[in-house]
Design a protein around this ligand. Structure first.
Ligand SMILES: *[C@@H]1O[C@H](CO)[C@@H](O)[C@H](O)[C@H]1NC(C)=O
Ligand SMILES: *[C@@H]1O[C@H](CO)[C@@H](O)[C@H](O)[C@H]1NC(C)=O
Ligand SMILES: *[C@@H]1O[C@H](CO)[C@@H](O)[C@H](O)[C@H]1NC(C)=O
Length: 488
Protein backbone atom coordinates (compact mmCIF):
# COMPACT_ATOMS: atom_id res chain seq x y z
CA UNK A 1 0.00 0.00 0.00
CA UNK A 2 2.82 2.38 0.79
CA UNK A 3 4.42 1.19 -2.34
CA UNK A 4 1.39 2.23 -4.36
CA UNK A 5 1.33 5.63 -2.67
CA UNK A 6 4.96 6.20 -3.56
CA UNK A 7 4.43 5.13 -7.13
CA UNK A 8 1.48 7.44 -7.55
CA UNK A 9 3.40 10.34 -6.05
CA UNK A 10 6.42 9.65 -8.24
CA UNK A 11 4.24 9.56 -11.32
CA UNK A 12 3.11 13.11 -10.49
CA UNK A 13 -0.57 12.31 -10.52
CA UNK A 14 -1.09 12.93 -6.85
CA UNK A 15 -3.42 15.86 -7.35
CA UNK A 16 -6.76 14.55 -8.44
CA UNK A 17 -9.02 16.95 -10.25
CA UNK A 18 -11.92 14.62 -10.63
CA UNK A 19 -13.78 13.44 -7.56
CA UNK A 20 -13.53 9.66 -7.27
CA UNK A 21 -15.72 8.55 -4.35
CA UNK A 22 -14.28 5.66 -2.37
CA UNK A 23 -10.83 5.83 -4.00
CA UNK A 24 -7.65 6.23 -2.01
CA UNK A 25 -7.36 10.02 -2.12
CA UNK A 26 -3.92 11.57 -2.07
CA UNK A 27 -2.88 15.09 -1.16
CA UNK A 28 -0.61 17.27 -3.31
CA UNK A 29 2.44 15.59 -1.78
CA UNK A 30 1.21 12.09 -2.54
CA UNK A 31 0.26 11.21 1.03
CA UNK A 32 -3.07 9.71 1.98
CA UNK A 33 -5.87 12.22 2.53
CA UNK A 34 -6.37 11.35 6.17
CA UNK A 35 -9.35 13.34 7.43
CA UNK A 36 -12.46 11.42 8.36
CA UNK A 37 -15.94 12.40 9.56
CA UNK A 38 -15.00 15.97 8.84
CA UNK A 39 -16.42 19.26 7.74
CA UNK A 40 -15.68 22.24 5.50
CA UNK A 41 -15.10 25.88 6.33
CA UNK A 42 -14.18 28.73 3.98
CA UNK A 43 -11.16 30.92 4.77
CA UNK A 44 -12.22 34.57 5.20
CA UNK A 45 -9.04 35.83 3.56
CA UNK A 46 -8.34 33.54 0.61
CA UNK A 47 -11.82 32.17 -0.02
CA UNK A 48 -10.28 28.68 -0.11
CA UNK A 49 -12.03 25.59 1.19
CA UNK A 50 -10.58 23.99 4.33
CA UNK A 51 -11.52 20.45 5.26
CA UNK A 52 -11.08 19.32 8.86
CA UNK A 53 -11.30 15.65 9.78
CA UNK A 54 -10.26 12.94 12.19
CA UNK A 55 -6.67 11.95 11.62
CA UNK A 56 -6.31 8.18 12.01
CA UNK A 57 -2.76 7.01 12.63
CA UNK A 58 -1.97 3.71 10.95
CA UNK A 59 -2.79 0.80 13.22
CA UNK A 60 -4.48 2.98 15.87
CA UNK A 61 -8.12 3.55 16.66
CA UNK A 62 -8.12 6.92 18.43
CA UNK A 63 -5.72 9.64 19.35
CA UNK A 64 -4.82 11.19 16.04
CA UNK A 65 -6.09 14.72 16.57
CA UNK A 66 -7.68 16.78 13.78
CA UNK A 67 -6.03 17.18 10.40
CA UNK A 68 -6.66 20.04 7.95
CA UNK A 69 -6.36 20.35 4.17
CA UNK A 70 -7.07 23.24 1.80
CA UNK A 71 -8.40 23.31 -1.75
CA UNK A 72 -9.71 25.63 -4.46
CA UNK A 73 -11.71 22.97 -6.27
CA UNK A 74 -12.72 20.40 -3.61
CA UNK A 75 -10.64 17.83 -5.51
CA UNK A 76 -6.99 18.91 -5.12
CA UNK A 77 -5.97 18.95 -1.47
CA UNK A 78 -2.93 20.48 0.19
CA UNK A 79 -2.12 19.23 3.70
CA UNK A 80 -1.55 21.69 6.54
CA UNK A 81 -0.81 18.97 9.09
CA UNK A 82 -2.73 18.86 12.34
CA UNK A 83 -5.08 21.74 13.18
CA UNK A 84 -5.59 20.26 16.65
CA UNK A 85 -2.76 18.14 17.97
CA UNK A 86 -3.07 15.79 20.92
CA UNK A 87 -1.38 16.64 24.23
CA UNK A 88 -0.06 13.80 26.37
CA UNK A 89 -1.92 13.67 29.72
CA UNK A 90 -4.56 16.26 28.72
CA UNK A 91 -8.04 15.39 30.06
CA UNK A 92 -9.77 15.84 26.65
CA UNK A 93 -7.22 15.93 23.86
CA UNK A 94 -4.72 13.29 24.91
CA UNK A 95 -3.95 10.44 22.51
CA UNK A 96 -6.35 8.30 24.59
CA UNK A 97 -9.34 10.59 24.12
CA UNK A 98 -12.10 10.30 21.58
CA UNK A 99 -11.73 13.38 19.32
CA UNK A 100 -14.39 12.95 16.66
CA UNK A 101 -16.46 14.68 13.99
CA UNK A 102 -14.80 18.13 14.02
CA UNK A 103 -16.61 21.14 12.53
CA UNK A 104 -15.17 24.65 12.19
CA UNK A 105 -17.19 27.88 12.03
CA UNK A 106 -15.92 31.47 11.99
CA UNK A 107 -17.21 33.73 14.76
CA UNK A 108 -17.72 37.36 13.69
CA UNK A 109 -17.79 38.42 17.33
CA UNK A 110 -14.58 36.81 18.55
CA UNK A 111 -12.95 37.13 15.08
CA UNK A 112 -11.65 33.59 15.52
CA UNK A 113 -12.29 30.21 13.97
CA UNK A 114 -14.14 27.96 16.40
CA UNK A 115 -13.61 24.23 16.19
CA UNK A 116 -16.25 22.01 17.81
CA UNK A 117 -16.17 18.23 18.11
CA UNK A 118 -17.31 15.22 20.09
CA UNK A 119 -14.96 15.15 23.08
CA UNK A 120 -14.88 12.02 25.19
CA UNK A 121 -12.89 9.51 27.19
CA UNK A 122 -11.90 6.26 25.53
CA UNK A 123 -15.07 4.54 26.82
CA UNK A 124 -17.54 7.10 25.47
CA UNK A 125 -18.81 7.70 29.00
CA UNK A 126 -18.51 11.53 29.14
CA UNK A 127 -20.28 12.54 25.90
CA UNK A 128 -19.17 16.19 25.71
CA UNK A 129 -18.58 18.88 23.09
CA UNK A 130 -15.05 20.21 22.72
CA UNK A 131 -14.21 23.78 21.71
CA UNK A 132 -10.86 25.03 20.45
CA UNK A 133 -10.15 28.37 18.76
CA UNK A 134 -7.62 29.85 16.38
CA UNK A 135 -6.96 33.22 14.72
CA UNK A 136 -6.12 31.56 11.44
CA UNK A 137 -8.17 28.89 9.80
CA UNK A 138 -5.49 26.20 9.54
CA UNK A 139 -4.64 26.55 13.22
CA UNK A 140 -3.01 25.46 15.42
CA UNK A 141 -6.19 25.54 17.51
CA UNK A 142 -6.03 26.17 21.26
CA UNK A 143 -8.21 24.02 23.49
CA UNK A 144 -10.86 26.03 25.38
CA UNK A 145 -13.16 23.54 27.11
CA UNK A 146 -15.21 20.36 26.87
CA UNK A 147 -18.80 20.91 27.99
CA UNK A 148 -22.24 19.30 28.15
CA UNK A 149 -24.69 21.31 26.01
CA UNK A 150 -27.40 22.52 28.37
CA UNK A 151 -26.41 19.69 30.71
CA UNK A 152 -27.18 16.93 28.23
CA UNK A 153 -25.02 14.30 26.57
CA UNK A 154 -23.58 14.86 23.13
CA UNK A 155 -22.16 12.12 20.95
CA UNK A 156 -21.96 12.29 17.15
CA UNK A 157 -21.46 15.96 16.37
CA UNK A 158 -22.58 18.00 13.38
CA UNK A 159 -22.83 21.74 12.75
CA UNK A 160 -24.75 23.82 10.27
CA UNK A 161 -24.99 27.53 9.39
CA UNK A 162 -28.28 28.78 7.93
CA UNK A 163 -27.35 30.75 4.80
CA UNK A 164 -30.44 32.94 5.08
CA UNK A 165 -30.15 34.01 8.74
CA UNK A 166 -26.45 33.43 9.38
CA UNK A 167 -27.29 31.56 12.60
CA UNK A 168 -25.28 28.45 13.42
CA UNK A 169 -26.56 25.25 14.95
CA UNK A 170 -25.14 22.16 16.57
CA UNK A 171 -26.58 18.74 15.76
CA UNK A 172 -25.81 15.93 18.15
CA UNK A 173 -27.09 12.55 19.16
CA UNK A 174 -27.32 12.20 22.92
CA UNK A 175 -25.85 8.75 23.23
CA UNK A 176 -27.01 5.16 23.31
CA UNK A 177 -28.52 5.05 26.81
CA UNK A 178 -32.24 4.50 27.10
CA UNK A 179 -32.76 8.10 28.32
CA UNK A 180 -30.83 9.35 25.30
CA UNK A 181 -31.27 8.06 21.74
CA UNK A 182 -32.44 11.45 20.50
CA UNK A 183 -30.82 13.87 18.09
CA UNK A 184 -30.72 17.51 19.15
CA UNK A 185 -30.75 20.51 16.87
CA UNK A 186 -29.61 23.40 19.08
CA UNK A 187 -28.65 26.99 18.40
CA UNK A 188 -25.23 28.39 19.20
CA UNK A 189 -25.05 31.70 21.06
CA UNK A 190 -24.08 34.70 18.95
CA UNK A 191 -20.32 34.36 19.54
CA UNK A 192 -20.29 30.57 19.02
CA UNK A 193 -18.90 29.82 22.48
CA UNK A 194 -21.80 27.70 23.69
CA UNK A 195 -24.93 25.91 22.58
CA UNK A 196 -27.81 27.62 24.32
CA UNK A 197 -31.24 26.82 22.91
CA UNK A 198 -32.88 23.59 21.76
CA UNK A 199 -34.59 24.27 18.43
CA UNK A 200 -35.83 20.74 17.83
CA UNK A 201 -35.36 17.26 19.25
CA UNK A 202 -35.63 14.21 16.97
CA UNK A 203 -37.10 11.98 19.64
CA UNK A 204 -36.03 8.37 20.08
CA UNK A 205 -35.26 7.68 16.42
CA UNK A 206 -31.81 6.58 17.66
CA UNK A 207 -29.95 8.17 14.74
CA UNK A 208 -26.40 9.55 14.55
CA UNK A 209 -23.93 11.20 12.11
CA UNK A 210 -26.28 14.17 11.46
CA UNK A 211 -25.98 16.91 8.84
CA UNK A 212 -28.41 19.44 7.35
CA UNK A 213 -28.88 20.36 3.68
CA UNK A 214 -30.59 23.71 3.19
CA UNK A 215 -32.36 24.59 -0.07
CA UNK A 216 -34.35 27.72 -1.01
CA UNK A 217 -37.47 26.12 0.42
CA UNK A 218 -36.49 23.30 2.75
CA UNK A 219 -34.20 21.88 5.35
CA UNK A 220 -33.26 18.21 4.96
CA UNK A 221 -31.69 16.56 8.01
CA UNK A 222 -29.64 13.48 7.03
CA UNK A 223 -28.71 10.92 9.67
CA UNK A 224 -27.62 7.32 9.82
CA UNK A 225 -28.90 4.48 11.94
CA UNK A 226 -26.57 3.20 14.64
CA UNK A 227 -24.57 0.21 13.48
CA UNK A 228 -21.09 1.29 14.58
CA UNK A 229 -18.64 1.40 11.69
CA UNK A 230 -20.86 -0.84 9.56
CA UNK A 231 -22.88 1.14 7.03
CA UNK A 232 -26.67 1.27 6.96
CA UNK A 233 -29.43 3.02 5.04
CA UNK A 234 -29.04 6.74 5.79
CA UNK A 235 -32.34 8.62 6.05
CA UNK A 236 -33.46 12.23 5.62
CA UNK A 237 -36.30 14.23 7.14
CA UNK A 238 -37.66 17.43 5.60
CA UNK A 239 -39.02 20.62 7.15
CA UNK A 240 -39.95 24.19 6.11
CA UNK A 241 -38.53 25.51 9.37
CA UNK A 242 -35.80 24.21 11.67
CA UNK A 243 -38.36 24.17 14.50
CA UNK A 244 -40.37 21.64 12.48
CA UNK A 245 -42.71 19.94 11.91
CA UNK A 246 -40.27 17.47 10.31
CA UNK A 247 -41.36 14.75 7.91
CA UNK A 248 -41.05 11.04 8.50
CA UNK A 249 -37.57 9.71 7.71
CA UNK A 250 -37.02 8.32 4.20
CA UNK A 251 -34.08 6.55 2.51
CA UNK A 252 -31.63 8.76 0.60
CA UNK A 253 -30.25 5.96 -1.62
CA UNK A 254 -31.53 2.71 -3.12
CA UNK A 255 -32.56 0.31 -0.35
CA UNK A 256 -29.99 -2.24 0.81
CA UNK A 257 -27.06 -0.40 -0.76
CA UNK A 258 -26.47 0.83 2.79
CA UNK A 259 -26.01 4.27 1.27
CA UNK A 260 -23.33 2.89 -1.06
CA UNK A 261 -21.54 1.48 1.99
CA UNK A 262 -21.19 4.87 3.66
CA UNK A 263 -22.28 6.84 6.70
CA UNK A 264 -23.52 10.44 6.55
CA UNK A 265 -21.73 13.21 8.44
CA UNK A 266 -21.49 16.34 6.35
CA UNK A 267 -22.98 18.09 3.34
CA UNK A 268 -22.29 21.27 1.44
CA UNK A 269 -24.23 23.70 -0.72
CA UNK A 270 -22.39 25.19 -3.70
CA UNK A 271 -24.22 28.20 -5.09
CA UNK A 272 -22.52 28.43 -8.47
CA UNK A 273 -23.00 31.00 -11.21
CA UNK A 274 -25.08 28.50 -13.21
CA UNK A 275 -26.39 25.98 -10.75
CA UNK A 276 -26.78 25.23 -7.04
CA UNK A 277 -25.29 21.85 -6.22
CA UNK A 278 -25.50 19.93 -2.96
CA UNK A 279 -22.83 17.46 -1.96
CA UNK A 280 -23.17 14.48 0.35
CA UNK A 281 -19.88 14.04 2.21
CA UNK A 282 -19.87 10.65 3.86
CA UNK A 283 -17.45 8.11 5.23
CA UNK A 284 -16.79 4.62 3.97
CA UNK A 285 -15.41 3.24 7.20
CA UNK A 286 -12.98 0.37 7.22
CA UNK A 287 -13.38 -1.09 10.66
CA UNK A 288 -10.53 -3.54 10.09
CA UNK A 289 -8.09 -0.65 9.73
CA UNK A 290 -9.72 2.74 10.30
CA UNK A 291 -6.92 4.76 8.74
CA UNK A 292 -7.79 3.15 5.41
CA UNK A 293 -11.37 4.41 5.54
CA UNK A 294 -12.35 6.31 2.42
CA UNK A 295 -14.19 9.55 1.78
CA UNK A 296 -17.26 9.29 -0.41
CA UNK A 297 -18.54 12.59 -1.75
CA UNK A 298 -21.51 12.48 -4.10
CA UNK A 299 -23.97 14.91 -5.65
CA UNK A 300 -27.46 15.09 -4.19
CA UNK A 301 -30.62 15.30 -6.27
CA UNK A 302 -33.52 17.15 -4.63
CA UNK A 303 -37.18 17.06 -5.63
CA UNK A 304 -38.81 19.96 -3.78
CA UNK A 305 -42.28 19.15 -5.09
CA UNK A 306 -42.15 15.71 -3.49
CA UNK A 307 -39.95 16.86 -0.62
CA UNK A 308 -37.49 14.09 -1.36
CA UNK A 309 -33.75 13.81 -1.75
CA UNK A 310 -31.50 11.20 -3.34
CA UNK A 311 -27.75 10.75 -3.08
CA UNK A 312 -26.58 9.81 -6.59
CA UNK A 313 -23.81 7.30 -7.19
CA UNK A 314 -21.21 8.14 -9.84
CA UNK A 315 -17.86 6.33 -10.09
CA UNK A 316 -16.23 9.63 -11.09
CA UNK A 317 -17.53 13.15 -11.52
CA UNK A 318 -16.05 16.48 -12.41
CA UNK A 319 -17.20 19.33 -10.19
CA UNK A 320 -16.85 22.99 -11.08
CA UNK A 321 -17.13 24.90 -7.82
CA UNK A 322 -17.44 28.25 -9.66
CA UNK A 323 -20.43 27.40 -11.84
CA UNK A 324 -21.82 24.74 -9.52
CA UNK A 325 -22.04 22.31 -12.42
CA UNK A 326 -20.93 18.71 -12.20
CA UNK A 327 -20.52 16.10 -14.91
CA UNK A 328 -20.31 12.34 -14.51
CA UNK A 329 -17.34 10.91 -16.44
CA UNK A 330 -18.25 8.28 -19.02
CA UNK A 331 -16.30 5.04 -19.26
CA UNK A 332 -16.32 1.84 -21.27
CA UNK A 333 -17.99 -1.21 -19.74
CA UNK A 334 -16.65 -4.78 -19.95
CA UNK A 335 -18.97 -7.50 -18.64
CA UNK A 336 -17.77 -10.56 -16.75
CA UNK A 337 -19.92 -12.58 -19.14
CA UNK A 338 -17.38 -11.92 -21.90
CA UNK A 339 -14.22 -12.22 -19.78
CA UNK A 340 -11.80 -15.14 -19.53
CA UNK A 341 -12.34 -17.39 -16.51
CA UNK A 342 -9.69 -19.54 -14.83
CA UNK A 343 -9.69 -22.16 -12.07
CA UNK A 344 -12.99 -22.43 -10.18
CA UNK A 345 -14.51 -19.15 -11.39
CA UNK A 346 -17.87 -19.63 -13.11
CA UNK A 347 -20.80 -17.56 -14.32
CA UNK A 348 -23.79 -18.03 -12.06
CA UNK A 349 -27.29 -17.05 -13.12
CA UNK A 350 -28.19 -13.72 -11.48
CA UNK A 351 -31.20 -11.58 -12.43
CA UNK A 352 -29.35 -8.50 -11.16
CA UNK A 353 -26.17 -9.18 -13.18
CA UNK A 354 -25.21 -7.77 -16.56
CA UNK A 355 -26.38 -10.38 -19.08
CA UNK A 356 -28.22 -12.21 -16.28
CA UNK A 357 -25.04 -13.71 -14.77
CA UNK A 358 -22.32 -12.82 -12.29
CA UNK A 359 -18.80 -14.28 -11.97
CA UNK A 360 -18.38 -16.14 -8.70
CA UNK A 361 -15.71 -18.32 -7.05
CA UNK A 362 -12.86 -15.77 -7.39
CA UNK A 363 -10.26 -17.06 -4.97
CA UNK A 364 -6.51 -16.96 -4.38
CA UNK A 365 -4.27 -16.57 -7.43
CA UNK A 366 -5.57 -19.44 -9.52
CA UNK A 367 -9.30 -18.84 -9.63
CA UNK A 368 -9.30 -15.59 -11.55
CA UNK A 369 -11.16 -13.58 -14.15
CA UNK A 370 -9.37 -11.68 -16.91
CA UNK A 371 -10.78 -8.76 -18.90
CA UNK A 372 -9.25 -7.56 -22.13
CA UNK A 373 -9.58 -3.77 -22.26
CA UNK A 374 -8.46 -0.83 -24.41
CA UNK A 375 -6.02 1.55 -22.76
CA UNK A 376 -4.66 5.00 -23.63
CA UNK A 377 -1.10 4.63 -22.35
CA UNK A 378 -1.73 6.42 -19.05
CA UNK A 379 -2.98 5.87 -15.53
CA UNK A 380 -6.71 5.33 -15.77
CA UNK A 381 -9.44 4.81 -13.23
CA UNK A 382 -11.13 1.43 -13.42
CA UNK A 383 -14.27 0.68 -11.38
CA UNK A 384 -14.96 -2.89 -10.33
CA UNK A 385 -18.66 -3.69 -9.89
CA UNK A 386 -19.07 -6.40 -7.32
CA UNK A 387 -21.51 -8.21 -5.08
CA UNK A 388 -20.13 -9.13 -1.67
CA UNK A 389 -22.38 -11.56 0.17
CA UNK A 390 -20.29 -11.95 3.27
CA UNK A 391 -23.55 -12.23 5.13
CA UNK A 392 -23.43 -15.88 4.01
CA UNK A 393 -20.20 -16.52 5.92
CA UNK A 394 -17.52 -18.79 4.52
CA UNK A 395 -13.82 -19.10 3.75
CA UNK A 396 -11.72 -16.68 5.75
CA UNK A 397 -14.86 -14.77 6.76
CA UNK A 398 -16.96 -17.32 8.63
CA UNK A 399 -19.12 -15.00 10.74
CA UNK A 400 -21.67 -13.72 8.27
CA UNK A 401 -25.32 -13.03 8.83
CA UNK A 402 -26.34 -9.37 9.21
CA UNK A 403 -29.89 -10.48 8.52
CA UNK A 404 -30.09 -12.80 11.45
CA UNK A 405 -30.39 -12.14 15.16
CA UNK A 406 -27.04 -11.20 16.65
CA UNK A 407 -25.58 -11.16 13.17
CA UNK A 408 -22.39 -9.43 12.20
CA UNK A 409 -20.50 -9.35 8.98
CA UNK A 410 -17.16 -8.56 7.47
CA UNK A 411 -17.00 -5.21 5.79
CA UNK A 412 -14.80 -6.17 2.93
CA UNK A 413 -13.44 -8.76 0.59
CA UNK A 414 -9.96 -8.26 -0.75
CA UNK A 415 -9.11 -8.93 -4.37
CA UNK A 416 -5.82 -8.60 -6.17
CA UNK A 417 -5.69 -6.87 -9.52
CA UNK A 418 -2.84 -7.50 -11.96
CA UNK A 419 -2.42 -5.46 -15.14
CA UNK A 420 -0.93 -7.23 -18.18
CA UNK A 421 0.03 -10.25 -16.06
CA UNK A 422 2.35 -8.20 -13.82
CA UNK A 423 2.00 -10.27 -10.63
CA UNK A 424 4.92 -8.41 -9.02
CA UNK A 425 2.87 -5.21 -8.79
CA UNK A 426 -0.64 -6.35 -7.92
CA UNK A 427 -3.06 -3.72 -6.68
CA UNK A 428 -5.22 -4.36 -3.63
CA UNK A 429 -8.93 -3.93 -4.20
CA UNK A 430 -11.16 -3.60 -1.12
CA UNK A 431 -14.72 -4.60 -1.91
CA UNK A 432 -17.25 -3.52 0.68
CA UNK A 433 -20.15 -5.64 1.78
CA UNK A 434 -23.05 -5.05 -0.55
CA UNK A 435 -25.93 -7.27 0.62
CA UNK A 436 -27.29 -10.10 -1.53
CA UNK A 437 -28.41 -9.00 -4.96
CA UNK A 438 -26.88 -5.52 -4.67
CA UNK A 439 -24.00 -4.43 -6.87
CA UNK A 440 -21.60 -1.67 -5.81
CA UNK A 441 -18.35 -0.48 -7.31
CA UNK A 442 -14.83 0.28 -6.07
CA UNK A 443 -12.24 2.23 -8.06
CA UNK A 444 -8.52 1.66 -8.68
CA UNK A 445 -6.08 3.78 -10.66
CA UNK A 446 -4.28 1.40 -13.06
CA UNK A 447 -1.36 1.92 -15.46
CA UNK A 448 -2.73 0.96 -18.87
CA UNK A 449 -0.72 0.63 -22.07
CA UNK A 450 -1.91 2.14 -25.32
CA UNK A 451 -4.05 -0.49 -27.04
CA UNK A 452 -4.91 -3.89 -25.60
CA UNK A 453 -4.39 -4.67 -21.91
CA UNK A 454 -5.43 -7.47 -19.63
CA UNK A 455 -6.82 -6.88 -16.14
CA UNK A 456 -6.81 -10.03 -14.00
CA UNK A 457 -8.78 -10.17 -10.76
CA UNK A 458 -8.11 -12.88 -8.19
CA UNK A 459 -8.50 -13.19 -4.45
CA UNK A 460 -5.62 -11.53 -2.64
CA UNK A 461 -2.85 -13.82 -1.45
CA UNK A 462 -0.92 -12.20 1.40
CA UNK A 463 -0.04 -15.23 3.48
CA UNK A 464 -3.71 -16.17 3.54
CA UNK A 465 -5.88 -16.81 0.52
CA UNK A 466 -8.69 -14.26 0.36
CA UNK A 467 -11.92 -14.75 -1.46
CA UNK A 468 -12.69 -11.97 -3.93
CA UNK A 469 -16.20 -10.59 -4.23
CA UNK A 470 -18.41 -11.78 -7.10
CA UNK A 471 -17.68 -9.62 -10.11
CA UNK A 472 -20.32 -8.31 -12.49
CA UNK A 473 -18.38 -5.92 -14.74
CA UNK A 474 -15.63 -3.37 -14.85
CA UNK A 475 -15.70 0.15 -16.29
CA UNK A 476 -12.53 1.72 -17.71
CA UNK A 477 -12.45 5.53 -17.59
CA UNK A 478 -10.42 7.87 -19.82
CA UNK A 479 -7.25 9.40 -18.36
CA UNK A 480 -7.82 12.48 -16.24
CA UNK A 481 -6.95 15.69 -18.09
CA UNK A 482 -3.72 17.18 -16.76
CA UNK A 483 -5.16 20.66 -16.26
CA UNK A 484 -8.60 22.07 -15.83
CA UNK A 485 -7.90 24.74 -18.47
CA UNK A 486 -10.16 25.23 -21.46
CA UNK A 487 -12.96 23.26 -19.98
CA UNK A 488 -15.08 25.94 -18.34
C1 LIG B 1 -30.91 14.43 28.01
O1 LIG B 1 -32.16 14.59 27.35
C2 LIG B 1 -33.04 13.50 27.52
C3 LIG B 1 -34.22 13.77 26.66
O2 LIG B 1 -33.81 13.98 25.35
C4 LIG B 1 -33.36 13.32 28.96
O3 LIG B 1 -34.23 12.22 29.13
C5 LIG B 1 -32.07 13.09 29.73
O4 LIG B 1 -32.32 13.01 31.10
C6 LIG B 1 -31.11 14.24 29.48
N1 LIG B 1 -29.85 13.90 30.10
C7 LIG B 1 -29.13 14.80 30.78
C8 LIG B 1 -27.82 14.34 31.33
O5 LIG B 1 -29.53 15.94 30.93
C1 LIG C 1 -19.71 35.22 24.37
O1 LIG C 1 -20.96 35.76 24.68
C2 LIG C 1 -21.38 35.50 26.02
C3 LIG C 1 -22.77 36.09 26.18
O2 LIG C 1 -23.65 35.47 25.28
C4 LIG C 1 -20.41 36.11 27.01
O3 LIG C 1 -20.78 35.75 28.32
C5 LIG C 1 -19.00 35.57 26.72
O4 LIG C 1 -18.07 36.24 27.54
C6 LIG C 1 -18.63 35.77 25.26
N1 LIG C 1 -17.38 35.09 25.03
C7 LIG C 1 -16.44 35.57 24.22
C8 LIG C 1 -15.19 34.75 24.08
O5 LIG C 1 -16.58 36.60 23.59
C1 LIG D 1 -0.35 -18.22 -5.12
O1 LIG D 1 -0.99 -18.73 -3.95
C2 LIG D 1 -0.28 -19.72 -3.27
C3 LIG D 1 -1.12 -20.18 -2.08
O2 LIG D 1 -2.40 -20.55 -2.48
C4 LIG D 1 1.07 -19.17 -2.82
O3 LIG D 1 1.82 -20.22 -2.21
C5 LIG D 1 1.82 -18.59 -4.00
O4 LIG D 1 3.00 -17.96 -3.57
C6 LIG D 1 0.96 -17.60 -4.74
N1 LIG D 1 1.65 -17.11 -5.92
C7 LIG D 1 1.73 -15.84 -6.24
C8 LIG D 1 2.44 -15.51 -7.53
O5 LIG D 1 1.23 -14.94 -5.56
Amino acid sequence: MHFTTLLLAAAGIASAKWIVPGARWLDTEGNIFNAHAGGLCIDRESGKFYWFGEYKPEGQVEGGGISVYSSDDLATWESHGLALDTIEGHPWISPDNVIQRPKVIYSEETEKYHMWWHADDAKYSSLLQGLAVSDSIAGPYTFVDATAPMGNWSQDFGAFTDYKTGNSYALYSNGDRLEGRDVYLSKFNSNLTSVDEVVFRFNKYDFEAPTIVQTEKSYYALMSHKTGYRPNNVVAMRADKLEGPWSQPFFVSPAYTRTFSTQSGFSWRIKGTKKTTYLYMGDQWDSVSLWESRNVWLPIDIDEREGSLQVLWHDIFDLNVKTGEWTPIKGKTYNSKNAKLAGDVWLQEATFGAGNVIATGIYGNESTITFEVEGQGQDQWVSFYHQNTDDMGFGDQPQGAPDRIGGSWQLRRISSVAVNGDTENVETLYQRDSHKGIILSSPLLLPLKKGKNTITVGGLYNGVDHKGADLDRIVVYPPEPKTKGGKN
